[in-house]
Design a protein around this ligand. Structure first.
Ligand SMILES: [Zn+2]
Ligand SMILES: [Zn+2]
Length: 225
C-alpha cells in the first residue's frame, strides 16, 4: 500500500513542475481557450492555466495589411513570461502573419518557436474559412497541438497524418489531413528531449468536422513555423 502511494506521488510530480499559460491576446471567446486547453491537456503532461487577457501589442501591428506579426507576438509573450511558466501559448482572434520565403507578409494560423518558450495561434483563418463551428474548432485544436509541438523541439515531419506535417501554406487542408497527434517518430524525439512529457498515444480525437469540403480557395497556411 505504502509503495503504491509513493509511486503515485512520483508519477504526479513532473506535471506540477510544468506550467503552461494560455494567454488571450485581445478579446478571445472563452470557448476557444477551452478547446486549446483540452487538446493540449489530452496530450501533454503539464498544468494548463488560462492567464489574464493581454492587449495586443501595438508594436506587432503591421499597418499595410492590418494584421499582427506573429514573431513579434512571440517576442512580446517571451518578454514578460511568468517565472514559473514552462511554455506560453498566445491565442488571438485577430489575423496574424509572418514572412514565408520571398513573401514578406503571409497570413498564418499559428507560429511556434522550435524548442523555444512560446507559440501563438489565431482563430481568424479557421473562422473565416470553416462552414461549421465543429470544423473550425477541430482545425483550431489541430494547429494548437502543432505549434505547441514546435515549442517541444519538433520540426516539421514527413509522416502521413502526423500533426507536425508542414502545412505548406495550406492551413485548412493540412489540418484536415492531420490525425491531430504526434507520430511515433515525433513522440520518440520529444521523449529523448523531455522524458515523460507526452501522455500515452490514443488521445481523444480533436472532434469531428474534418474534410467538410472547401468552397473557398485555400487560405495561407500556418507558415514556416
Ligand atoms: Zn511526426
Ligand atoms: Zn509548423
Amino acid at each position: 500500500m505504502f509503495s503504491t502511494l509513493v509511486a503515485l506521488v512520483i508519477a504526479a510530480a513532473p506535471a506540477q513542475e510544468r506550467t503552461v499559460y494560455l494567454v488571450p491576446l485581445g478579446k478571445v471567446e472563452p470557448r476557444l481557450l477551452e478547446v486549446a486547453r483540452a487538446a493540449l491537456e489530452a496530450r501533454v503532461n503539464a498544468t494548463f492555466m488560462i492567464a489574464e487577457t493581454r492587449d495586443l501589442p501595438e508594436e506587432a501591428f503591421y499597418t499595410p495589411r492590418q494584421r499582427y506579426r506573429a514573431e513579434k507576438l512571440i517576442t512580446f509573450l517571451n518578454s514578460d513570461a511568468p517565472d514559473d511558466s514552462w511554455h506560453i501559448v498566445g491565442i488571438t482572434e485577430a489575423p496574424i502573419s509572418t514572412t514565408k520565403g520571398a513573401i514578406f507578409d503571409w497570413g498564418i494560423a499559428g507560429l511556434g518557436d522550435i524548442g523555444g518558450r512560446s507559440c501563438v495561434l489565431s482563430s481568424f483563418l479557421y473562422k473565416k474559412h470553416s462552414r461549421t463551428r465543429q470544423a473550425m474548432e477541430r482545425r483550431f485544436a489541430d494547429v494548437v497541438v502543432h505549434e505547441f509541438g514546435h515549442t517541444l523541439g519538433l520540426d516539421h515531419c514527413p509522416v502521413k497524418g502526423c500533426v507536425m506535417a508542414d502545412a505548406k501554406g495550406k492551413a485548412i487542408r493540412s489540418a484536415d489531413e492531420s490525425t491531430g497527434d504526434y507520430c511515433k517518430v515525433c513522440r520518440e524525439r520529444v521523449e529523448l528531449r523531455t522524458p515523460g512529457v507526452l501522455k500515452p498515444p490514443h488521445a481523444p480525437p480533436l472532434g469531428d468536422g474534418r474534410g467538410e469540403g472547401q468552397t473557398t480557395p485555400s487560405p495561407p497556411g500556418r507558415g514556416p513555423g
